[in-house]
Design a binder for this molecule. Structure first.
Ligand SMILES: NC(=O)c1ccc[n+]([C@@H]2O[C@H](COP(=O)([O-])OP(=O)(O)OC[C@H]3O[C@@H](n4cnc5c(N)ncnc54)[C@H](OP(=O)(O)O)[C@@H]3O)[C@@H](O)[C@H]2O)c1
Length: 305
């Protein structure tokens, strides 16, 4: 089958398009024919060896998110008939079983849900990793009505979904972003502020301190906003933060949470911002755009035609 893969950790040049044997569907797994796969910063971090200590098997097929159709079902699997549309977040299992940048991928059934009819494959491929991370952050911070919440990297793949979840819970949301995304954040119900240069714009909006801070950037973002926190404020990061007190969340496959998110998307209560959908043979170009931080929304790679 056609697949992107790499034989060792490294930069963009290690990822090659070629032919690999179709994966075997194991016990408790579903073989999915891929129609769409979201691109995430983790795709380049892991390719560079960011989790080299975890179990892995070269050649590694990248791709953490998957949307597609059930092609075969392993033993001990219920609820996934052949031909059904499904979506899922593979997590680090992709480093052993193979990821979604291929014609077929074998996925643990517990990582998959049936895709609602109202959700396109492009949206289903874009949602899993970022949606699960956003929901995990909202739950970790117990975001609720009346909270004043600061979001770092609010217009990014995770941030824009977190903003929507927080606004839907009745929170008042301020988000850091570059000016190109200010109108977009306002359209989600958040107040935008610029990042960079000590985040001086925060002082302008922080007349009332924040009850919670969700950091989807890392670095000094949390440390620089520490002086704007209310007493007892909840903070968490999804990145590598210099702020020692910040718990780091770690997204994992979670079918119950993914089903909840997919249903919100189906009901148009959660909108995934897709910047572009690219053909399979341009997957590495899409990853380079994500690596440069240049995407305005999610990039989605189609399965091989
Ligand atoms: N721990 C976990 O489980 C987990 C799960 C998923 C993702 N993550 C991590 O979370 C981060 C965000 O992921 P993503 O998918 O949302 O990435 P993304 O779509 O590439 O978005 C990154 C965002 O960072 C913003 N940004 C750039 N420089 C910034 C700065 N100096 N201060 C604040 N924001 C800045 C950009 O904002 P503008 O576009 O407005 O310039 C961009 O929207 C990544 O580091 C990713 O690896 C962690």
């Amino acid at each position: 089958m056609e697949a992107w893969s790499y034989d060792g950790w490294g930069g963009p040049e290690v990822v090659r398009l070629g032919e690999l044997p179709e994966p075997e569907v194991g016990d408790g797994q579903v073989l999915v024919e891929v129609t769409a796969a979201g691109v995430n910063p983790a795709d380049h971090r892991l390719r560079s060896g960011g989790a080299a200590q975890l179990p892995h098997r070269f050649p590694i097929v990248p791709g953490l998110d998957v949307a597609g159709r059930v092609a075969a079902v392993g033993s001990d699997v219920d609820g996934f008939a052949v031909g059904r549309r499904v979506m899922g977040y593979l997590g680090v299992a992709f480093m052993v079983d193979g990821g979604s940048w291929a014609r077929m991928v074998a996925v643990d059934a517990g990582s998959l849900v049936v895709t609602p009819d109202a959700v396109s494959d492009e949206l289903a491929g874009a949602l899993p990793c970022v949606g699960l991370t956003a929901l995990l952050m909202a739950d970790t911070l117990s975001v609720s009505a009346g909270d004043r919440v600061l979001v770092h990297a609010a217009a990014g793949g995770v941030g824009h979904l977190f903003v929507q979840l927080a606004v839907a819970r009745g929170a008042e949301v301020v988000g850091t972003a570059s000016p190109r995304n200010f109108d977009y954040l306002r359209s989600l119900g958040a107040e935008p502020v610029a990042y960079g240069d000590g985040r001086t714009d925060l002082a302008r909006v922080a007349s009332r301190p924040f009850d919670a801070v969700a950091d989807f950037y890392g670095g000094d973002a949390l440390a620089e906003s520490a002086r704007f926190l209310a007493l007892g404020a909840r903070v968490a990061t999804a990145g590598a933060s210099t702020f020692a007190d910040a718990p780091r969340i770690g997204v994992r496959p979670d079918a119950r949470a993914l089903a909840e998110l997919a249903s919100l998307v189906a009901d148009d209560e959660l909108r995934v911002r897709v910047a572009d959908v690219v053909p399979f043979d341009r997957a590495t170009e899409a990853l380079a755009t994500v690596e440069e931080g240049a995407a305005a929304g999610k990039l989605v790679v189609l399965g091989p035609q």
